[in-house]
Design a protein around this ligand. Structure first.
Ligand SMILES: Nc1ncnc2c1ncn2[C@@H]1O[C@H](COP(=O)(O)OP(=O)(O)OP(=O)(O)O)[C@@H](O)[C@H]1O
Ligand SMILES: [Mg+2]
Length: 395
């Protein structure tokens, strides 16, 4: 009875599990060129022997802030290797939330043998200066999730890092990239943005459906066996992740769906693999409320669910027909076409279904396609079957 173990890591779908590792950084990013260019232009004097820069990157969760900054540091070191000896240190302030922890981390990453206890902030700073000077290098320090540092220790250490060359015989020692989520902009505004200048502030938006699709596609091509993940699956994933706009969520859905397919011994990902993964995401648990829908919303939805148990998408025309079938089944008169559309719109707004206009159908006008990325249609149908009768009676 250990045959089930054979399915784990059997490679039916996932070729390269490392691509889903939380630390994995792709060689290139998809659709973030504008922000990569912005960061590069803030650092335009980095090749100069005395050039230093400071940048702040803010944006919502999963918008690619960390990836953009890390990749930039990696690329810049390589690109200017024949002109300047550039090093970089990345510190996540969530794990190093005080001034001394930040300084210790920087110093230890540069010199793993450096004593880690008993040194004061001033001594650590002196060590850092000595290391930079001794190796004749320029250091880019990235302080990620910097709001944790501000909350615990204020902005003192940031100014010390910015002034590292003052009262010293050095120039151009250190550049700084600070990253934070958008909602603490006020905190940053007073602490740093007003000091380093607004032109050095990059604001990254969350990803839209298309952006998420391309990120999922990119990871699929890197990580999965060819032919195991049809494009429709990517569409479903991008729709499911759209409300959050979080790239991490799209990637996790792809990984989760791939693992589910493998666990069932399949070598192709099916819509249910995505849907079953979606319902495990914490953000979806209470955002969807089916119980409070009106009777006709439910009748429309049950028709949709029945079809989407077998297909990954359907047209609105089919949905309307199935709505009429459901009305007949529950012996209620169907609402007219306009009301049907209004209800459909509400189901979309509530993120219960997702609609997409196809431009493929030339000559027949625009066709809208419905899918259900956030939930498992069979689960919803079952719930509706118990809800509808009492809903109709109450009317
Ligand atoms: N444009 C992109 N192309 C490819 N992968 C991306 C892209 N943007 C983000 N990712 C990937 O998505 C995940 C989340 O991105 P990242 O960690 O950079 O987000 P973040 O903005 O720093 O989020 P948080 O606010 O939670 O720290 C990472 O695995 C990253 O590699
Ligand atoms: Mg991050």
């Amino acid at each position: 009875m250990t045959s089930y173990l054979d399915r784990i890591g059997a490679g039916l779908v996932i070729n390269r599990p490392d691509v889903f590792g939380f630390d994995y950084l792709p060689d290139e990013l998809v659709g973030r060129d504008d922000y990569q260019v912005q960061l590069a232009s803030i650092f335009s004097n980095i090749a100069h022997p005395n050039g230093t820069s400071r940048a702040v990157i803010t944006g919502p969760v999963g918008s690619g802030k960390t990836a953009v900054a890390k990749l930039f540091c990696q690329d810049v070191i390589k690109h200017y290797s024949d002109r300047r000896n550039i090093k970089s240190v990345y510190v996540n302030c969530r794990n190093a939330a005080t001034s001394s922890r930040v300084m210790q981390t920087i110093v230890q990453k540069l010199d793993p043998g450096h004593p880690d206890r008993g040194l004061g902030l001033g001594e650590l700073l002196t060590s850092l200066k000595r290391m930079i000077k001794g190796s004749n290098s320029h250091l880019i320090v990235t302080l990620d999730e910097v709001d944790h540092l501000f909350r615990q220790s204020g902005d003192g250490v940031i100014y010390q890092l910015m002034r590292i060359d003052e009262d010293n015989d050095t120039t151009g020692s250190l550049s700084l990239i600070m990253i934070s989520q958008e909602q603490i902009l006020d905190l940053l505004e007073n602490a740093v943005i007003s000091r380093i200048g607004r032109t050095n502030h990059i604001r990254m938006p969350s990803y839209d459906r298309d952006g998420l699709y391309k990120i999922a596609e990119h990871r699929r091509n890197l990580a999965l066996v060819t032919g195991t993940c049809p494009d429709e699956i990517l569409t479903l994933i991008s729709e499911a992740a759209e409300p959050s706009g979080d790239a991490r969520q799209a990637i996790e859905l792809l990984e989760g769906a791939a693992k589910r397919a493998e666990a069932s011994g399949r070598s192709i990902i099916e819509p249910q693999d995505v849907q079953k993964t979606v319902i495990t995401l914490p953000s979806n648990v209470d955002s969807i409320n089916i119980d409070n829908l009106g009777a006709h919303h439910m009748l429309i939805l049950i028709g949709i669910c029945r079809r989407l148990r077998k297909e990954d998408s359907m047209t609105t025309g089919e949905a309307e027909k199935l709505y009429h079938v459901a009305c007949e089944e529950y012996e209620v008169g169907p609402k007219g076409h306009t009301t049907f559309w209004k209800h459909l719109k509400k189901l979309t707004q509530e993120n219960i279904i997702s609609t997409k206009t196809s431009n493929a159908e030339v000559g027949r006008g625009r066709t809208q396609f419905i899918s259900m990325p956030h939930m498992l249609p069979s689960d919803v149908a079952r719930r509706l079957e118990t809800l509808i009768p009492s809903k109709i009676r109450k009317k």
